[in-house]
Design a protein around this ligand. Structure first.
Ligand code: SDX
Length: 393
């Protein structure tokens, strides 16, 4: 393990850049200071405000993680109960928003619907206050409303009546209740809660960075969160979980994996669910999701997907492990959601339901010492020259 870590460390050192160097995709460039999330890419470790993700998934709840990220400390019992009460109070959408969602084309991608409704909600926010307290309140309300937006769109696109938020269930269980119309089994609610904890934050990932770029202009939190939703949708980022399931359906059987991988790599295709800009080791979140996927596979008829994934992992380890390409969070999350009966195009919205906590926590933190993001570009175009009239070109 030590040898793997030192190789991973060397990989990471090789991409960490000095100021002034051009780095495609800002690889290795430090964009901010933060006390919220630490990733040890070489060792494959993840911490939220110093707490290991494994401990948090085992002992905490998504509501407690939201408090941890917004206040940079774990809550006292009364503080947690107050936040849970706020989530329950804020879950419902304005009636006009539900009417608006009904007008959206049922064929829209749920991430497009989510991004659109976040923008719509900003038009209902008439409070001119931009204080940290007012923006924290917006963060809590948006986080409470994300599951309702996704579930309401899903019900309406199936010509079903939206289900009003449950007055007592946890954030995760209420989402499943609004989606399926019945209270989830305790284990299923816990799996969803763990999934939201695993996806809540991840340092300076593309969607968090995108939301911070918008926030750094002193725009509003809704615009910044909309930027995050838009960035998360991409298959190189949050959209990978949906792409993984499509890949598993295409491969279909473990015996097809070797040939499928060879053909994909020969076409320079990226294998979804593998690789990471920071982890050059196994993503610790993937390890946790794999266990949930294994347990659920034993209970459901979807064990074939788990077997294909497991074989895929072995083949990719042999072909790309030396290059620091390991499973990431998206490799097993999709199978877990599929086993819970969740439609594939809702996988990335679930990622967003969790990550809105991370986006808003980083936005609120960055605003405490704001500085406009404005990098440079190396100019590669022609030198100064006179204008030429169209007739003479
Ligand atoms: C998330 O940043 C975060 O923290 C994100 C995230 C979060 O919680 O916010 O962790 C969530 O987005 C996880 C990643 C989900 N995306 C995927 O699973 C898509 C597949 N993965 C790849 O597209 C890729 O690994 C990235 C985008 C995730 C990272 O790519 P980089 O850092 O830009 O690396 P690269 O594309 O420059 O690849 C370097 C080399 C290349 O080989 P060479 O051309 O040098 O020979 O590694 C190869 C790549 O071809 N490579 C892969 C690969 N990932 C990298 N080859 C095959 N399959 C892959 N998945």
């Amino acid at each position: 393990m030590a040898e793997a870590n030192s190789r991973a460390e060397a990989l990471i050192q090789s991409v960490t850049k000095k100021p002034g160097d051009y780095s495609p995709g800002l690889e290795g460039v430090v964009a901010a200071r933060s006390r919220l999330c630490q990733i040890d890419g070489a060792a494959g470790k993840l911490y939220y405000v110093g707490y290991a993700i494994e401990d948090l998934v085992q002992n905490s709840s998504f509501e407690e993680i939201c408090f941890l990220l917004w206040y940079a400390r774990l809550p006292r019992i009364d503080e947690l109960e107050n936040l849970q009460k706020q989530f329950r109070e804020y879950r419902a959408l304005p009636a006009e928003a539900t009417t608006f969602i009904e007008l959206l084309p049922h064929t829209s991608h749920p991430m497009d619907a989510l991004r659109t409704v976040v923008s719509l909600l900003s038009t209902f926010d008439t409070n001119p206050e931009k204080s940290p307290e007012a923006n924290l309140h917006r963060a809590i309300r948006l986080t409470a409303q994300f599951p309702t937006i996704v579930a309401t769109f899903h019900r309406l696109r199936q010509n079903q009546k939206p289900i009003l938020p449950h007055p007592k269930l946890s954030h995760a269980a209420n989402f499943l209740y609004m989606l399926f119309g019945k209270e989830p089994e305790e284990m299923v609610g816990k799996v969803m809660d763990a999934s939201l904890i695993l996806h809540a934050d991840h340092e300076m990932n593309a969607s968090t960075f995108g939301s911070l770029v918008t926030a750094s202009t002193l725009s509003d939190i809704y615009s910044a969160v909309s930027s995050g939703v838009g960035a998360l949708k991409g298959p190189l980022h949050g959209g990978a979980n949906e792409a993984v399931l499509k890949m598993l359906q295409e491969i279909e059987d473990p015996k097809n994996v070797d040939t499928w991988v060879e053909q994909a790599l020969a076409k320079k295709q990226k294998i979804m669910g593998f690789g990471h800009r920071v982890y050059k080791n196994y993503d610790p979140r993937a390890r946790i999701f794999k266990e949930y996927a294994r347990r659920l596979s034993e209970k459901t008829k979807f064990s074939r997907f788990f077997q294909v994934n497991d074989k895929l992992e072995q083949v990719m380890q042999a072909r790309k492990g030396q290059q620091g390409i390991f499973p990431n969070i998206d490799l097993y999350s999709g199978i877990v959601y599929h086993q819970l009966g969740i439609p594939t195009d809702l996988f990335t919205p679930i990622f967003a339901i969790a990550r809105v906590a991370g986006w808003t926590a980083h936005i609120l933190e960055y605003w405490q010492d704001n500085r406009l993001f404005r990098p440079n570009a190396i100019y590669d175009g022609p030198g100064p020259r006179p204008y030429v009239a169209a007739a003479r070109r």
